[in-house]
Design a protein. Structure first.
Length: 168
């Protein structure tokens, strides 16, 4: 079931599938956020994949990590403010421990990206050993963030599967 307001204003539209409710306004915001995140990752990762490349783009990387920090602040706040976990957990309570663990990772992941954005300013990009150490730190963060996002997606998909009876 889905609908719009008669006046066509921006009142959120809700689509219902079984017991899960998906807020259309949330979906648009999270879609825009994910697009911005992908653009940032697509821009940053090639520059951060090799020491010489990073050295040649250092000022751009300083700005890029500040943008990534800000975008991740928005990303995590959208996930928490719109409560997409709550809908999933209401439909599949056995997933609540995993959802809480994933939500708990937001603060640590944000702390890591904030520290990276702060630290890059102080790294002497002319000292290759310092630059390589920073790049390794960033790569650990990136892998942790990617794992986190994959786990969130799996949780949401599992709750939908449970909700609509996949595997019955």
């Amino acid at each position: 079931m889905s609908g719009n307001t008669a006046s066509g204003n921006s009142t959120p539209v809700k689509s219902v599938t079984g017991r899960l409710t998906v807020n259309a306004a949330f979906l648009k915001e999270i879609k825009d956020d994910n697009r911005h995140l992908k653009e940032l990752w697509d821009r940053l990762i090639p520059m951060l994949s090799h020491g010489e490349t990073a050295k040649n783009h250092w000022s751009e990387l300083i700005d890029g990590l500040a943008c990534l920090r800000d975008q991740l602040a928005l990303h995590f706040s959208l996930e928490e403010a719109y409560g997409y976990f709550e809908e999933a957990i209401d439909a599949a309570p056995h997933l609540s421990l995993k959802a809480e663990a994933l939500r708990g990772e937001h603060a640590d992941l944000f702390s890591q990206v904030r520290d990276l954005a702060d630290a890059i300013v102080d790294v002497d990009s002319e000292r290759m050993e310092k630059l390589e150490k920073f790049l390794a730190r960033f790569d650990r963060f990136r892998r942790g963030f990617e794992r986190h996002e994959e786990e969130e997606l799996r949780l949401i998909l599992q709750s939908f599967d449970d909700d609509i009876g996949v595997g019955d």
